[in-house]
Ligand binder design. Structure first.
Ligand code: ZN
Length: 210
């Protein structure tokens, strides 16, 4: 009988019991400075979904805590299902960038992800209303064309400011701040690229009033 352990499962979306299928350990040492370390690789199978992952735990004599990484990375945020509804040449970049943002989030790259959200929002605004020269003008034009309400404009302004602060003022966003930025970016993408097509489909399906 194999050993059991708890780990995050991307299929079950949470901590689940996993069976340890295989374990490999290696160690190293640096004699000149007296450093040493150990690596453990475990192949784990989820008891719920039979999903298989690799857990890499590494110890370094100068670090008090071991570091743990999963392959593929543990996903705290799922790609939204409507992403498949975004198609067309101009949206290809937006979609690719959003996917890279999710990869960044899954790998703890909060600063890169926050900068990515700002770039994504800039792209969507320019794609929708043309380049007005500055962020402020693009945002004003985007709002006056009805893509977002005044309230959403204030919120989007905060997202753009977070990206700017990361780039220029060494701002390190928290998990919560980044999650808020991505929530808003997803919202804007849906409004601009997904909802118009869905609304047209709906109009076709609903019988006309007599
Ligand atoms: Zn699972």
């Amino acid at each position: 009988m194999n050993k059991k352990t708890k780990a995050h499962c991307n299929q079950c979306h949470g901590e689940r019991n996993h069976e340890v299928l295989f374990t490999e350990k290696t160690s190293w040492s640096e004699e000149r400075y007296g450093f040493q370390g150990e690596d453990k690789y475990e192949m784990l199978k989820c008891a719920g979904y039979d999903n298989v992952i690799l857990r890499h735990t590494s110890w370094f004599s100068e670090d008090p805590e071991p570091s743990v990484h999963f392959y593929p990375p543990a996903m705290s945020r799922k790609e939204p299902t409507w992403l498949v509804d975004i198609s067309g040449k101009s949206t290809r970049f937006a979609k690719s960038l959003l996917k890279e943002i999710y990869v960044g989030v899954q790998n703890g790259m909060k600063m890169i992800a926050t900068m990515g959200v700002r770039s994504l929002m800039e792209y969507v605004m320019i794609d929708s209303v043309g380049n007005q020269g500055t962020f402020g003008k693009n945002l004003a034009e985007f709002a006056s064309n009805g893509f977002i309400s005044d309230k959403q404009r204030d919120i989007l302004d905060a997202v753009l400011e977070a990206g700017h602060a990361t780039t220029h003022r060494a701002y390190q966003p928290s998990d919560e701040d980044l999650a808020t930025c991505i929530d808003i970016a997803e919202n804007v993408l849906q409004t601009v690229y997904v909802h118009p097509g869905k609304a047209a489909e709906l109009k076709r399906r609903v019988p006309k009033r007599r």
